[in-house]
Ligand binder design. Structure first.
Ligand code: FE
Length: 193
């Protein structure tokens, strides 16, 4: 699968171009997370570029709209749209990820895996407010649960991952222990009138 959304607005196109140039230099993961976070902070510093079709909540579950996937699947960019009170299961990513808050707020609670394989909360939840960026990866902590900080409004964050994340086989960690395989896919954007 190739390339960007033809609808990409200038801030998103500039971000994708800059991120591609960063990856062209074959940086190690710490540099991707450091310099990539700076690029993402610039993208989410303003909230006037995300097309409405990629900002629509669904009453039943949070939405994951693909904004861009790199031609070589080096990275993908996704808008996460949280309806009021919506939350993810405890899950991992298997690749590096950057999360930038565009609109509203969310909480990310880190979890860790015990020796028996059961996941338990690990430390304080991190609140992300507009303009802020957090990172995940198998190296720095890859398991978390995320929820909309608001029960009465939509929140939106922009995620960047080191793969075509919608095709990656990864895991959720149910409360009863063990893990379940899942592939997230993407939400099909609805055409708005
Ligand atoms: Fe996540």
């Amino acid at each position: 699968m190739t390339s960007t959304a033809h609808h990409a607005t200038p801030p998103l196109r500039d971000f994708v171009d800059a991120f591609g140039r960063l990856l062209d230099t074959q940086p190690d993961e710490p540099r991707i997370l450091d310099e990539g976070a700076a690029l993402l902070r610039t993208l989410v510093a303003r909230d006037d570029w995300l097309p409405d079709a990629f900002a629509q909540p669904d009453p039943d579950r949070y939405q994951q709209f693909l904004l861009h996937v790199d031609a070589d699947a080096r990275f993908s960019v996704v808008s996460f749209v949280w309806g009021p009170g919506q939350a993810t299961p405890v899950h991992n990513h298997t690749v590096w990820g950057l999360i930038g808050m565009l609109r509203g707020s969310e909480f990310s609670q880190p979890w860790r895996l015990q020796d028996d394989g059961r996941a338990v909360p690990d430390g304080e939840a991190l609140r992300l407010d507009p303009g802020q960026v957090e990172a995940v990866s198998p190296r720095i902590g890859d398991v978390h649960r995320v929820h909309n900080a608001y029960t009465d409004r939509v929140s939106i964050s922009i995620h960047v991952y080191g793969a075509d994340i919608g095709t990656v086989r990864r895991h959720t960690y149910p409360a009863e222990g063990g893990r379940k395989s899942f592939i997230s896919g993407y939400t099909a954007p609805r055409t708005l009138p």
